[in-house]
Design a protein around this ligand. Structure first.
Ligand code: MHO
Length: 214
């Protein structure tokens, strides 16, 4: 009866990775997110010593619910990637594809985006190779400002915060990612108590559309 989910991965560099963590975390069909460094050659980069790497968000998603093309739409809509803005390598626009299908879809979507604008798109599309997990304090960064919420939902270890699908949702919603309508629809599935739901809802409304999550 139960169809096993064949989860897929997508990896994007799109500025500060706290934002991508929030943005994709609340997306229906996204199972979990984590942030890290990728795209460069330096061994074992860290936030303070990132070398030639870029901040990226790594997304695990259910392709039966959300397509790679839909993830790409969100990618294009939510960061700077034109020649007219100077962006350092840490925050560069980067798509790291996980298979040939993603490569083709990504290239096609970049062409489509290019046609919509006059300045040159600087987004690079490369093969996903090595991914270095960022420090714990960067994982679900926005949720970490809410110790009460973490405690009451039992997300009380770095490993759980990094891997939990619920943590991905809470981290995004608390920062105002996603719409109020989407939140209202999803709330019953989050399994929160009345009190926790109210706490979260306050921030969903307060932070709605502030857009940066950084
Ligand atoms: N605006 C943030 C960026 C953090 S980030 C993970 C800061 O200055 O700390 O790159």
């Amino acid at each position: 009866q139960f169809k096993e989910i064949q989860a897929k991965h997508a990896t994007f560099g799109m500025g500060c990775f706290w934002a991508g963590d929030c943005l994709f975390g609340v997306l229906p069909g996204v199972i979990r997110t984590c942030v890290g460094y990728a795209g460069g050659q330096k061994e074992s980069p860290t936030y303070r010593d990132i070398g030639d790497h870029t901040e990226v968000v790594n997304i695990e998603y259910n392709p039966d619910v959300i397509s790679y093309a839909q993830l790409l739409s969100l990618f294009w809509e939510n960061h700077e990637y034109g020649l007219t803005t100077k962006i350092k390598r840490q925050y560069m626009s980067l798509i790291l594809y996980h298979d040939e299908e993603q490569k083709l879809i990504a290239e096609k979507s970049r062409e489509q985006e290019q046609r919509k604008r006059t300045d040159l798109i600087l987004t690079e599309i490369r093969k996903f190779e090595k991914f270095y997990l960022a420090e714990d304090y960067h994982q679900k960064y926005r949720l970490r400002n809410h110790p009460w919420l973490i405690e009451t939902t039992g997300l009380t270890s770095d490993e759980v915060l990094r891997n939990s699908p619920l943590a991905a949702k809470l981290n995004g919603y608390i920062a105002g990612a996603g719409t109020i309508e989407q939140f209202a629809k999803e709330l019953p599935n989050l399994g929160l108590t009345e009190k926790t739901a109210q706490y979260l809802q306050k921030y969903v409304i307060e932070n709605q559309g502030n857009g940066l999550y950084c």
